[in-house]
Write a protein that binds this ligand. Structure first.
Ligand code: PHE
Length: 341
């Protein structure tokens, strides 16, 4: 094998490479020149028979050839690959769907409730999660020895308010009623959704942290009939117009008279089932006429202003709608449950 032979081989190989114009021709080139027993390898094997003084030159020629040919081969292969994928691209195909999340069931319930009350003319207000004793209890007419003021029921913080009472995590959304009446003149018509906290053992029926939706309406001629009408209109929009309901007398320090509203269990149509505890009725809201002491605490004259208030548990409403009997399921973040909403 002389130097001329090798130069001729290099020229021939480069010409063959340049002539390639299709992926098939490229593959043919690879099989002829580049594979283990291909022609370049065969030439390199012949180096053994080259006289020693020629070896470095011929060796360099062949190795340069191999390096450039391999690089060009790779570039060509990439070019053909790109051309093919461009040809395969069909812009008329529908896009691949992206997996989308959805709102948490509790938030979906809240949104629906807020929407219904907004349609009835209520504004939306918010208050702080960290409250003082005055707004959470005192202004709401809780007596000083009320059990809710006990460590057992309320999370108290180390920090204190101006009068030295420990701050606390609000146990209900009712303190936002006080903040509203303090900060604006009636008429007031607002709902106040938010997170509340109770120092309770976690069980199928209760969590230490959950959500409420408070409502407050203060005007010159509001009556218990307005409260009932509002609650009924809400229940019919939330649960369907033929829904049966009842009001039961109840007690809250900040409303007088107070009531709880039940709707007929829509899972068993009142026949009795596990969710309604075989009573046929589901309790959905606590409510009542704002207590004169609460109005006075906010600087309103009870002779002129009256109103009603109500408070829903949002997890409870969600559970009733979805037929879920363990509140913890809502916060386990199990996709098998969440994906159903
Ligand atoms: N704050 C009460 C509770 O947490 C609910 C309620 C609100 C009752 C407004 C009457 C009026 O149980």
């Amino acid at each position: 094998m002389t130097r001329q032979d090798v130069e001729a081989f290099c020229a021939e190989t480069r010409a063959a490479l340049e002539a390639i114009n299709s992926p098939e021709a490229l593959e043919q080139f690879r099989l002829t020149y580049l594979v283990q027993k291909g022609r370049i390898r065969q030439m390199l094997d012949q180096l053994r028979h080259v006289p020693p003084e020629e070896k470095p030159i011929i060796g360099r020629l062949l190795n340069d050839l191999r390096r450039t040919v391999e690089a060009e081969y790779a570039a060509l292969a990439e070019r053909f690959r790109q051309e093919r994928s461009r040809a395969d691209f069909d812009p008329t195909l529908p896009g691949r769907p992206l997996p989308t999340g959805s709102l948490h069931p509790v938030l979906q319930t809240l949104d629906r409730m807020v929407e219904i009350f907004i349609r009835m003319g209520f504004a939306v207000a918010h208050g702080p999660d960290v409250e003082d004793d005055y707004h959470n209890f005192e202004a709401l007419n809780f007596p000083p020895d009320h059990p809710a003021r006990d460590m057992q029921d309320t999370f108290f913080l180390k920090r204190t308010d101006r009068s030295g009472n420990p701050l606390l995590l609000r146990t209900h959304t009712s303190p936002v009623q006080i903040r509203l009446m303090e900060s604006m003149q009636p008429p007031i018509r607002a709902i106040m959704p938010g997170r509340v906290y109770r120092n309770e053992a976690i069980s199928a029926r209760s969590l230490a942290e959950f959500h409420q939706l408070e409502g407050l309406c203060i005007d010159e001629h509001t009556s218990f009939a307005d409260l009932k009408g509002t609650m009924i209109a809400f229940a019919e929009q939330m649960y369907g117009s033929g829904i049966r309901y009842r009001f039961r007398p109840s007690f809250f320090p900040f409303t007088e008279p107070s009531a709880e509203m039940d709707i007929e269990c829509f899972l068993c149509s009142g026949k009795g089932c596990r969710v309604c505890k075989y009573s046929g009725w589901l309790e959905i809201v606590g409510c009542g006429m704002v207590h004169p002491n609460v109005l006075r605490a906010c600087g309103l004259d009870p002779e002129r202003w009256q109103g009603y208030a109500f408070g829903f548990g949002i997890e409870r409403v969600t559970m009733l709608l979805a037929g879920i009997d363990d509140i913890r399921l809502l916060y386990e973040n199990d996709l098998r449950l969440l994906e159903q909403f």
